[in-house]
Design a protein around this ligand. Structure first.
Ligand SMILES: [Zn+2]
Length: 73
């Protein structure tokens, strides 16, 4: 897979990413598998990763303090 911005090959890695759920709640998902570009720091999530994240977020209730979730492997 190649970067849509600069065309370089993307590398596999993991990142801790914050996601908004509801108007004022943010949950962090740890160790999300990502594809990233070394040049422009672009990050791409694969479709299957997005589906898993959607399911994880659907199971979280918005509140002021949400513990980080570890991405299931
Ligand atoms: Zn790039």
């Amino acid at each position: 897979m190649f970067c849509s911005t600069c065309g370089l090959e993307l590398f596999y890695g993991t990142a801790d990413l914050p996601f908004n759920i509801g108007p004022s709640s943010v949950v962090t998902i740890n160790q999300v598998p990502i594809l990233y570009c070394e040049k422009c720091r672009g990050v791409v999530l694969e479709d299957s990763t997005m589906e898993t994240i959607d399911k994880l977020l659907a199971s979280v209730k918005p509140s002021r303090k949400i513990k980080p979730i570890k991405f299931p492997t």
